[in-house]
Write a protein of this length. Sequence first.
Length: 244
Amino acid sequence: MLETVAAFLLGAVCILCSIPVWLFVQFRYWWHTPSPATAAFADSLVRSTTEYAEHTGIIVVGPYGSGKTTTTKRLASLIQAAHIDSDSVYTPVANQPPISKTDCTEKLTQWISEQHANSSSWCMDLNYFFAMPTVLPFATHLVWIHIPWVVMFQRLVFRHFVRCCFCTPGYEWETFVKAFGIWRTDSYLGWQWHVTTKYNQEMERRFKTECSETCRLLDVQDPCQIEDLCAHLWCDPQLRPHYE
């Protein structure tokens, strides 16, 4: 009980500290300068999707809390592509042990093959290093999200606090304590602090060694780049008929 109360109080403090970060990110979008690299990536994605849909695969990678799943869903919706969440494959049943790493990799590869057979573009948020040697070579476009740690921290705080306060089905107090109990070795927030730098170093190596030479990379270091990318896709005349 004491641990739960301590985690809740610490979570409340984190929420108060995170609100200015959230406000800064929201308002900064209106005065930042769009990146030319983002526009070039969007143009490449549109051209690939409209002309070579059967060969277009987008993989979104990034540390825990970087926004991979949300970004993947938005991109899939904008370019009318199939979408898969690697988490739902690796852990198909909530609160149950995951399937084997080999089975997960095979399922992801089989899904990609099915999209190619159907001449469909596809989007995937890929969380697991063990699947990357097999899956990354299929990607024609890679979105690598490594935004500042403080922004990922704010997103994780909001995620866990909202799920707890609104009693999200399947969300338990133990999960909340595990998230905010930074004194624990398995704390989500404490763990992320240590692994983010290592993740980015490992991801840089894997992009160079496991992605194809023709794979187009969007290196997202600013949350506004995702908004710019989605806005560019939304306004593109070749994709516009999908929304009308």
